[in-house]
Design a protein around this ligand. Structure first.
Ligand SMILES: Cc1cc2nc3c(=O)[nH]c(=O)nc-3n(C[C@H](O)[C@H](O)[C@H](O)COP(=O)(O)OP(=O)(O)OC[C@H]3O[C@@H](n4cnc5c(N)ncnc54)[C@H](O)[C@@H]3O)c2cc1C
Length: 360
């Protein structure tokens, strides 16, 4: 192989950067090829929430892997801080879900019963404890729950993972677009490159390089600023979530637009809907300054769980993507699964296989 790296990772989103970090930290020689720059895709503007119990409310493998990823986040935050002097800005103060329905989440509530039976923590909140987490919430909100979880700053965490990978001698090549795949090699705008393993982690653009039943799902969000403290943790309402960021800004999200294809333009209609819903939850937001409207493409597969699997017909090409709403939540565990497979020969979990599409 000469100077060929052990691993070529295509795509510098949170998934590609998490892979680069964990594989490089294990001593593998890693190169990342990114067509624009690190975090240029949907990882740029995500909410960065780590909310397994809310996102996988029904339970199942997503919830189990999400919980394992949360534990890994604590390790990674510490290890990356020690390594490069900055962590992932991880905040695990929890997630609050509120509703306009009075007296919701009674003792026989199915969500509480299910999660308690599975051994996960759910705390019921009354009007006054809701306000400890969200001092400026609408006076009509009196029912809520607290669950474990938290957040990172999406773009910053992606960049810190990349920087930590570089500190372990990974090479990040920005502005290199991959145009085709062969077994163990890629054709790029900078020539043909080969490695022991090619990992395709191009998010919503995965189907442009490998055969996968993946679709983009447009999501829009609005970033605003307000001097008042609205909330201390991410707050999920019935039709909006509001995430207080360490910068003092608030993330208002998000739309789900499966029919929009690869369109990434924010639209006035969607932003007005987000603004109206957010003001309904936090009336003070009507005075907020708009910092940045944004739209990105979530990569979704049937079943809404990612793919972490060897691409059929190839020995040396792995597809890692389709994380949909959970790319940040699942980034560390995704990378750890691939690392254990590459370094310790552990099997890849069937939850993330190609075969599940055939049986679906
Ligand atoms: C509004 C919104 C809010 C969200 N909030 C959350 C949240 O709170 N928590 C959470 O866990 N998830 C959230 N998500 C989902 C999350 O953003 C994604 O699951 C995650 O960012 C996917 O990461 P990725 O690395 O697979 O994709 P991307 O970040 O899109 O990275 C793919 C990279 O590949 C590059 N690329 C593409 N094609 C090529 C090529 N041919 N050659 C070289 N490079 C290429 C792209 O430029 C891009 O940088 C949200 C998404 C949206 C839209």
């Amino acid at each position: 192989m000469g100077d060929a790296p052990d691993v070529l990772i295509v795509g510098g989103g949170v998934i590609g950067c998490a892979l680069a970090y964990d594989l490089a930290a294990s001593g593998l020689d890693v190169t990342v090829l990114e067509q624009e720059r690190v975090g240029a895709g949907v990882s740029y503007g995500a909410g960065g929430m780590l909310a397994p119990q809310i996102e996988f409310a029904q339970g199942g493998p997503g919830l189990e892997w999400g919980m394992r990823s949360l534990t890994l986040y604590q390790e990674w935050d510490e290890a990356i801080r020690q390594r490069i002097g900055f962590g992932l800005d991880l905040d695990l103060s929890g997630i609050v879900r509120v509703t306009n329905t009075p007296n919701a989440w009674g003792p026989s509530d199915p969500f509480i019963r299910r999660h308690t039976q599975m051994g996960y923590v759910v705390k019921r909140l009354d009007a006054s404890t809701i306000r400890e987490w969200a001092p400026q919430i609408h006076p009509a909100i009196t029912s809520g729950i607290w669950v474990v979880g938290g957040q990172v700053d999406a773009y910053r965490a992606t960049r810190m993972m990349a920087q930590a990978a570089v500190s372990h001698n990974a090479l990040i090549r920005s502005g290199v677009m991959v145009t085709g795949i062969e077994d163990g090699c890629v054709m790029t705008t900078a020539g043909r490159l080969c490695a022991q393993m090619v990992i395709v982690a191009t998010g919503a653009w995965l189907p442009h390089l490998v055969d996968v039943p993946l679709k983009p799902v447009k999501g829009q969000r609005l970033l605003v600023a307000l001097p008042q403290l609205l909330a201390r943790v991410p707050i999920f309402g019935d039709n909006i979530y509001v995430v207080p960021k360490a910068s003092g800004q608030y993330f208002l999200g998000a739309t789900t637009e499966p029919e929009a294809g690869y369109d990434q333009n924010p639209t006035l209609e969607a932003l007005m809907d987000l603004g109206t819903a957010a003001v309904g939850l936090f009336p003070e937001l009507r005075h907020a300054s708009v910092i940045e409207p944004w739209a990105g493409l979530r990569p979704v597969l049937p079943g809404e769980l990612p793919l972490i699997a060897r691409v059929p017909r190839y020995e040396r090409v792995l597809a890692v993507g389709g994380h949909y709403r959970h790319g940040f939540l699942l980034a560390p565990i995704t990378a750890r699964i691939v690392r254990d497979w590459m370094v310790s020969n552990a099997p890849l979990p069937p939850d993330f296989s190609y075969q599940r599409f055939e049986t679906a």
